[in-house]
Design a protein around this ligand. Structure first.
Ligand SMILES: C[S@@+](CC[C@H](N)C(=O)[O-])C[C@H]1O[C@@H](n2cnc3c(N)ncnc32)[C@H](O)[C@@H]1O
Length: 250
């Protein structure tokens, strides 16, 4: 490689590293190539097998609540045509009233930088799952993927109902579940956390999640796995259950 070409390449990598740092903090650890790795709050790479992704080559896939885009890019890498949904403004999040920040701001910059760095074609649509319909998103999907979103919603049942209306194949849902209420699974409980500083609303038990998914209209609802999703710094973690189900939309 001629020296000048090598210089340009090094400059581009250094430029990308700088842009990644400017957007700190990242939610996902993403390998953007050329040795550039985002320092995300969660590194999902060791957990991918726990989600039980099906064969998606040639399939139309929806990633709900994409954030920095880890799952959207992973599904695209496996051959899917991916649409991802997320909110465009901080104020659009379902804040409990006492936690709602006074300021607003845009969301999605980290996703856009990662998309550019990866040369990805994932289409990110700024739309709440509450408003997501087949008409708005160009028809139903073969796979609807939703990771760690519903605990942050005031109305997780409406979101699940919307997903049922969009899912013509499989649903993969991964959410935090309550260990504290696990011994009382027969009451279909959920912890109320609207007063916690984490902007979570509801932490159902694993059994309750299964009933909620079925209630929203999905069939063949089953627990695929459960695991403790660790923070990057390895301290603590969040217990997650992965639910698989079949949708009948379209
Ligand atoms: C905890 S992150 C999960 C990111 C990713 N899905 C994963 O599994 O790692 C939750 C994401 O859901 C998004 N979100 C919150 N409310 C939403 C809504 N009503 N519609 C769509 N996305 C939403 C947030 O903006 C955030 O990007």
């Amino acid at each position: 490689m001629p020296a000048a070409h090598g210089e340009t390449h090094r400059d581009a990598t250094a430029g990308l590293r700088e842009r990644v740092q400017e957007l700190d903090p990242w939610y996902h650890t993403l390998d953007l190539g050329e040795g550039v790795l985002t320092q995300g709050m969660f590194d999902l790479r060791p957990y991918v097998d726990r989600y039980g992704l099906p064969e998606v080559s040639g399939k139309r896939v929806l990633d709900v609540g994409t954030f920095d885009g880890f799952w959207a890019f992973e599904l695209e890498r496996r051959g899917a045509t991916v649409t991802s949904l997320d909110l465009d403004r901080i104020q659009e999040l379902d804040w409990p009233p006492r936690l709602r920040p006074a300021h607003d701001g845009s969301r999605g910059e980290t996703f856009r930088l990662a998309r550019e760095a990866l040369g990805s074609s994932v289409e990110r649509i700024g739309c709440s799952i509450y408003d997501a319909t087949p008409e708005r998103l160009g028809g139903p999907f073969d796979l609807v993927f939703c990771g760690s979103v519903l605990i942050h919603l005031r109305d997780p049942m409406l979101a699940l109902e919307r997903m049922a209306g969009l899912c013509a194949g499989r649903l993969i849902l991964a959410e935090e579940y309550s260990r504290r209420l696990a011994p009382f699974a027969f009451v279909r409980g959920a912890e109320f956390r609207g007063d916690s500083p984490w902007s979570t609303w509801w932490i159902p038990t694993a059994a309750t999640w299964l009933r909620m998914v079925h209630t929203a209209g999905f069939e063949d609802v089953r627990r695929h796995s459960s695991f403790n999703l660790r923070f990057r710094d390895q301290r603590g973690g969040v217990p997650h259950v992965v639910v698989h189900a079949r949708g009948g939309a379209g």
